[in-house]
Design a protein around this ligand. Structure first.
Ligand code: GLC
Length: 645
């Protein structure tokens, strides 16, 4: 394929979807098509190059892309232009994310619009609303079992409401992110229904097997994701006489991307959602999108090719759109989702930094930062045009992503350390401050993940129950430490709804039969607006948390050194309990110090001098000036953001 083929394709599209556009608009499409041609063809060849009808499919994909381009509303075309003018918009230090369930946060989509002032008070510029497309009835894995991608969950509003909300958020400088569950559909989705009814065209949309031969072979190497919910990765359906691939729950059927028709459908949906004004799509469970016998069927090269093709095609139709990879996998497998080699800066723009999240909790339990420092030093670099999403808690459980190698390097036993963390955060470990719950115990390998809200895991629940005000103070300090380190790390920090007020575990989910079996609902509370109304009261625990986080956010926004392109180097501070992070770039230098223990901790002056921090230092978090000639003493759980004064 070469330029003349791009020109031929353009000529065909001019007769089709581009027909009614102004000549200038047609030219813009042509420029983009030429610009991205190679990036479209390369991954599509990997995926479907062997198919005899490759050209027909290529034409189909570009036809869909051109149709979406032609339908793109005016204000979004302007957005595309704005993004092209400032491609690093999402890497700016003023980016602050907020993650919420629309219903639990504000009732419905219109309710969310009414809460824009609250989000602005926090400084939010990016809002991820948890799955909101029409889910299946009954249990739906928190909305991750979608039966119609072109309808909004009726309880929340309509597609028109979603588009209106996106526009309103945008007017207030907040980008809307929603989930696109692209690895699987609900078994009630129209495609799955047709497949169930025996339609071979739609059976090919999924993975269906007449007997256990292939499922048995696959199961030798794939891991079980929800071992407590069901055994294995396949489900048998009497009425179809088939085993269906169901990685997650029984009602979530994995899509077969080896079939180009599936790719075409998802591309069309993606561009449709982009044209509603959604600015970021969180692509769910991308690691699982391609299966290969004899492997764990995760992170296959073709899964990357799918994302690269989505990205190149969406860059033609809706270049303002960002793709976010949800891949909770080890660093060597994770970093490629941000693009590497020929795909550098050409896959997803953002991805979750799972290791950073896990290390925060590990350091907090251990009161030691060696593992965190080492594990973060081992992280491969990411392309300049991409960014991490940093987070402390999210809607999911915490899985202990601590490798045996990293644990071993700092003198820990990986298995025992992971067990310790599970004991600590489920409240079993003697004298633990945490109140969490075990999620998905797997007796085959003793793996245990953890549910629980940030505040409960950080000790606030227990301290309040015991009315121990000294412990309450320490719990608040822990909550702030985690936020202050996250806000300085680099990338888009995500605040998880309620954490800004220290909301505790909520066990009301046990009353709902659709939710009761999944204790991740423990940390998916309803927003407590009564508590929020007291957020200005510094004397109250919740007010102190809220005000301190807002202050740190405001400080972050003033610091060019926190731009996502500025590298973040974990540094050894000569104190086992104090995490050090150096943000070093032409935009400025910043030394972040975080004390992960409940005791005051010293940093020797010579260590600061070695790192080039001499004379008077300015703590950008508190605004205070600190001399560097004497030993530096950090208060329990204190964070400093130091710059040369
Ligand atoms: C992602 C979601 C999780 C969901 C799973 C299956 O990991 O974050 O909540 O259960 O995908 O869709």
């Amino acid at each position: 394929m070469n330029e003349s083929q791009a020109a031929d394709m353009f000529a065909t599209l001019l007769q089709g979807p581009l027909r009614l556009l102004e000549p200038l608009e047609q030219e813009i499409f042509r420029l983009r098509l030429e610009q991205h041609w190679e990036d479209v063809i390369r991954p599509l060849h990997i995926l479907y190059g062997q198919q005899h009808d490759f050209n027909t499919w290529l034409h189909k994909f570009l036809h869909l892309t051109a149709a979406a381009y032609a339908a793109r509303p005016r204000d979004l075309r302007l957005l595309d232009l704005r993004r092209a003018i400032q491609p690093d918009w999402f890497q700016q230090p003023d980016m602050i994310g907020y993650v919420a369930y629309a219903d639990r946060f504000a009732g419905d989509l219109q309710g969310v619009a009414a809460k824009i002032p609250y989000l602005q008070e926090l400084g939010v510029t990016y809002l991820h609303l948890m799955p909101l497309l029409q889910p299946r009835p009954g249990p739906n894995d928190g909305g991750y079992a979608v039966m119609d991608y072109r309808q909004v969950d009726q309880r929340l509003g309509s597609m028109a409401d979603l588009a209106a909300l996106a526009a309103q958020l945008r007017q207030n400088s907040i980008s809307l992110c929603i989930d696109l569950v692209c690895n699987h559909t609900a078994k009630e989705h129209e495609w799955a229904q047709k497949a169930s009814a025996g339609d071979p065209v739609y059976q090919d949309y999924y993975f269906m097997f007449p007997d256990r031969t292939l499922p048995d072979q696959y199961e030798r190497t794939v891991r079980e994701i929800f071992p407590e919910f069901k055994e294995g990765s396949f489900t048998y359906y009497e009425h179809i006489g088939r085993w269906v691939w169901t990685t997650f729950n029984e009602f979530q059927w994995d899509l077969n991307y080896a079939n180009p028709a599936v790719f075409a459908e998802m591309l069309d949906i993606m561009l449709y959602l982009a044209n509603q004004g959604v600015e970021v799509l969180r692509l769910d469970a991308v690691a699982f999108m391609w299966k290969r016998m004899g492997t764990d069927c995760e992170n296959q090269p073709e899964a990357h090719a799918i994302l690269q093709a989505f990205r190149a095609l969406s860059r033609i139709a809706a270049p303002g759109l960002l793709l976010k990879a949800e891949a909770i996998v080890p660093p060597p497998q994770l970093v490629p989702y941000l693009g590497r080699g020929a795909a550098t800066n050409k896959e997803c723009e953002v991805a979750y930094h799972n290791v950073f999240m896990v290390m925060l909790w590990s350091s907090l339990a251990e009161r030691k930062v060696a593992l965190m420092t080492h594990a973060l030093q081992q992280m491969p670099p990411i392309p300049s045009g991409t960014s991490w999403l940093t987070y402390i808690r999210c809607h999911d459980d915490i899985g202990w992503a601590v490798t045996d190698e990293n644990a071993g390097a700092v003198g820990l036993n990986g298995y025992l350390h992971r067990s310790f963390l599970s004991d600590f955060y489920s409240g079993r470990f003697p004298n633990t401050f945490a109140r969490g719950a075990t999620f998905q115990f797997n007796p085959k390998n003793n793996d245990r993940r953890i549910s629980g809200s940030l505040a409960s895991l950080a000790g606030l629940e227990l301290a309040l129950a015991q009315q121990d005000w000294q412990q309450v103070d320490l719990a608040v300090r822990r909550i702030l430490l985690l936020h202050n380190v996250m806000l300085a790390f680099g990338g888009i920090p995500l605040l998880y709804m309620g954490d800004e007020l220290g909301l505790l575990n909520d066990d009301s989910y046990l009353q709902d039969p659709n939710l009761a079996s999944d204790n991740r609902w423990l940390h998916r509370p309803y927003m407590n607006w009564e508590l929020a109304a007291q957020r200005e009261d510094w004397q109250r625990v919740n007010g102190r948390i809220f005000q301190s986080i807002v202050k740190a956010i405001q400080a972050r926004k003033q610091l060019p050194a926190l731009h996502a392109q500025a590298p973040a180097y974990p540094v050894w501070t000569h104190n086992d309990s104090v995490f050090g992070l150096l943000r070093e770039s032409p935009r400025g230098r910043l030394l972040v110090l975080g004390n992960f223990s409940e005791r005051p901790q010293p940093i020797p002056a010579y260590r600061l001098h070695e790192m080039g921090f001499t004379g008077a230092l300015w703590d950008r978090l508190s605004g205070q000036t600190i001399p560097s000639w004497a030993e530096l003493l950090l208060e329990p759980y204190q964070t400093l953001w130091l710059q040369q004064a």
